[in-house]
Design a binder for this molecule. Structure first.
Ligand SMILES: Cc1cc2nc3c(=O)[nH]c(=O)nc-3n(C[C@H](O)[C@H](O)[C@H](O)COP(=O)(O)OP(=O)(O)OC[C@H]3O[C@@H](n4cnc5c(N)ncnc54)[C@H](O)[C@@H]3O)c2cc1C
Length: 576
């Protein structure tokens, strides 16, 4: 990225507000949501400083494994046991491997305190986790924004679907989402590029489920892989190597899309290696004036100033920064009059899976590697469906493929016959994974450690969260409905697994600085603006008031684009 400063060449920007370190807007974090804030501010003409704690990752240039074949990788893509043993947390992430490890934070690099188990998966670099995501994107629906008000868990959202719908469209048109217009109220249709196609076994599954179980609708997954050239990027080459970074720009990431758009305006200054320590609050002015930064390489401390500050450091880091921003006006964290900052941590309930094998379609195969399979949106506790033992619902995703090597569980893994079988194509198999809504609980929270600090002097985050009875009951139902659908579609050898994983590993961490109508029970208003500090906005996952059971990042992006628009309106009206 042309307009970036690295710490070795950083100008002398320590000191009082001056031209060298003053900007119109500061964006903290350059990942999925920060990239959007940067693009929107820059395109509207605001001089914007983007502060990113990690290194720079330039699109294409910094994707070292993107075109490597497995035999070009020292361990054929697998991680040596030593690395796995040294990194028990990040090793649990399916995408962490030899070809991608440079985009993940290793366990000992950024420690945190697990009061109860929590798998915190991190990607600290320009682009954040937008480089690593699985690209599944579904809109929320009207009732997702109403659930809290209806059953009383969590506070009411200050917005409704109609407030976000135009912003979903705005974002989708830019990022490119392939999908089918399915006409389902649970996942409203968006601005879609042509959909991919289900393979023969997925189609068979779709037909059976949609016919046998009214209310359940299997559709092709909606993904930000480009099925045609779009805004100068793509199309997807169906290599399914997305997590390495895509030199074709075949999927959406900050690096391939929003940050280049921001750079093109000439208004962005991107500063990698910049750990935001806290936000500076001016008690006289009653507003935030800037941020304190520690250069991650030199440990030099510096300050930057702006009229408006967007905090997009990723849910938990955003809240860490806010908790660390204390003053006599806000002794418990910036804007934390309500005491809810750090509370109501949520993550999707991603524990339950089922798997089956299909006898048939043996003469059929598929071409290319489709980066996504099918999706089944929520059907529980909707319409006529009423469950007694859990609230809300879950979605499913899955896909069918043919096993490479026709080796069964009972085959002796040795000898000529075994080798012969390895050259054959195995049976069709299908994996089905549930993604459940997680309720907001006050007790599930994060706080700052009183005595432990990281190497930059930032307090470590203590994470204290767990699944509760609603999530446990939902897991049982997910396993049962997954198996019954596989069985109805004729799958055999069906196996169920409950990974029993703690929160975190769904990598959809949400909440801890929630939106709400009432400043007494929430941090942010309906435009993601702090109730108590009007020129600070939070629009990453920290702002979420509930989780629904859709993948969340599309909603973060839409909220961010809308929040920047609102912030600029407020600036123009001189309200902030
Ligand atoms: C393997 C994987 C699969 C996923 N699949 C999906 C999916 O299919 N669909 C979906 O919707 N989501 C998915 N996600 C989640 C998705 O990646 C996140 O929701 C999204 O990236 C969050 O955006 P963000 O802007 O909040 O945070 P990030 O993208 O993580 O960006 C935050 C940035 O802030 C920086 N930062 C942190 N602290 C500081 C600080 N103190 N100072 C300065 N900078 C800081 C970080 O280095 C980072 O670059 C997946 C994630 C992973 C890892």
């Amino acid at each position: 990225m042309k307009d970036s400063i690295d710490s070795a060449n950083a100008p002398n920007i320590v000191g009082d507000a001056s031209k060298a370190n003053s900007f119109d807007a500061i964006v903290i974090g350059s990942g999925m949501s920060g990239g959007w804030a940067a693009k929107e501010f820059c395109e509207k003409g605001l001089k914007t400083l983007v502060l990113e704690r990690g290194r720079n990752v330039e699109h294409i240039k910094d994707y070292p494994t993107a075109t490597k074949e497995s035999w070009e990788l020292p361990h054929r893509g697998r991680l040596p046991l030593k690395i796995e043993q040294e990194n028990p947390i990040v090793s649990k992430c399916y995408a962490f491997g030899e070809a991608t490890e440079h985009f993940f934070v290793k366990d000992n690099e950024h420690p945190y305190v697990q009061v109860k188990p929590f798998d915190w998966i991190k990607g600290y670099q320009v682009g954040g986790k937008s480089l690593l995501w699985a690209r599944m994107t579904q809109r929320w629906s009207e009732f997702d924004f109403e659930s809290n008000a209806q059953d009383g868990h969590g506070v009411d959202w200050p917005i409704r679907y109609k407030d976000l719908a135009p912003w979903y469209s705005y974002v989708e048109k830019f990022i490119g989402v392939s999908g089918n217009r399915d006409g389902l109220y649970q996942i409203p249709d968006g601005e879609f590029l042509p959909p991919m196609e289900l393979n023969c076994v997925e189609k068979h599954f779709q037909e059976t489920v949609n016919k046998t179980f009214p209310g359940r609708n299997v559709v092709i997954s909606r993904t930000t892989n480009l099925t045609q050239k779009h805004n100068g990027r793509g199309p997807c080459q169906y290599r399914s190597l997305c997590h390495r970074g895509c030199p074709f720009g075949g999927y959406f990431s900050s690096n391939s899309a929003t940050l280049p758009a921001a750079t093109a305006t000439g208004n962005m200054t991107l500063r990698p290696f910049s750990v935001v320590h806290s936000i500076i609050y001016d008690e006289q002015k009653g507003r935030a004036t800037g941020v304190r930064v520690i250069d991650s390489n030199t440990k030099e401390e510096m300050e930057f100033y702006a009229k408006v500050i967007f905090v997009n450091a990723g849910t938990l880091n955003t809240t860490l920064i806010l908790l660390n921003s204390t003053s006599s006006r806000f002794p418990n964290g910036l804007g934390n009059d309500s005491g809810v900052l750090g509370h109501y941590l949520m993550d999707h309930n991603y524990r339950a899976r089922a798997y089956g094998e299909y006898e048939g379609f043996e003469d059929m195969y598929y071409y290319g590697r489709k980066p996504g399979g099918w999706y089944l949106p929520r059907f529980r506790n909707l319409g006529k469906d009423k469950q007694d033992n859990f609230l809300r619902g879950y979605s499913f995703s899955g896909g069918a493929s043919r096993r490479r090597g026709n080796v069964g569980e009972n085959d002796e893994p040795l000898g000529a016959a075994f080798k012969e079988k390895l050259t054959e194509v195995g049976p069709w198999t299908m994996g089905v994974t549930g993604m459940g809504e997680h309720l907001p609980y006050f007790e599930n929270h994060v706080r700052l450690s009183k005595d432990k600090k990281d190497q930059w002097g930032m307090p470590l985050l203590e994470i204290d969260s767990e699944n509760k009875q609603n999530e446990e009951n939902m897991v049982k139902d997910i396993l049962q409905t997954a198996s019954e659908m596989l069985e109805a579609a004729g799958f055999k050898n069906i196996k169920q697994t409950d990974s029993n994983q703690p929160l975190g590993l769904a990598i959809h961490e949400m909440g801890t600085a929630r939106m709400g109508k009432d400043p007494k029970t929430s941090m942010l208003n309906g435009i993601n603006q702090m109730h108590a500090v009007k020129n600070v906005f939070v629009s990453d996952g920290a702002c979420m008031t509930s989780t629904a059971c859709q993948n969340p990042s599309l909603t973060y992006m839409a909220l961010t684009a809308r929040a920047v628009d609102s912030a600029i309106n407020e600036l123009n009206k001189q309200n902030i």
